[in-house]
Design a protein around this ligand. Structure first.
Ligand code: ZN
Length: 83
């Protein structure tokens, strides 16, 4: 019979703190999402320089669209912020 330690499993499988379908702004204003964020940002909510990533809100997406005339997307285009 195999016994597993719950605490051990928790420590080995950190949960991403970035949510799917949400665009975050990273250091230097770079847009990232849970799919294209680095491991640091994905699991700690901070990029490698230690800056906390900021969730882009619907208002941010609206402002972005008004300013740039295109939807707010992450750097790689895998996620679009909902306005
Ligand atoms: Zn992305």
């Amino acid at each position: 019979m195999i016994t597993t330690s719950r605490e051990g499993a928790k420590a080995q499988e950190p949960k991403p703190v970035l949510k799917d379908g949400v665009v975050y702004s990273s250091d230097n204003g770079m847009m990232i999402c849970s799919k294209c964020a680095g491991q640091s940002a994905l699991f700690t909510g901070r990029d490698i320089s230690g800056q906390k990533v900021r969730r882009q809100t619907a208002a941010d997406a609206k402002a972005w669209f008004a300013f740039f005339g295109k939807p707010l997307k992450c750097e790689r285009g895998c996620t679009e912020a909902r306005a």
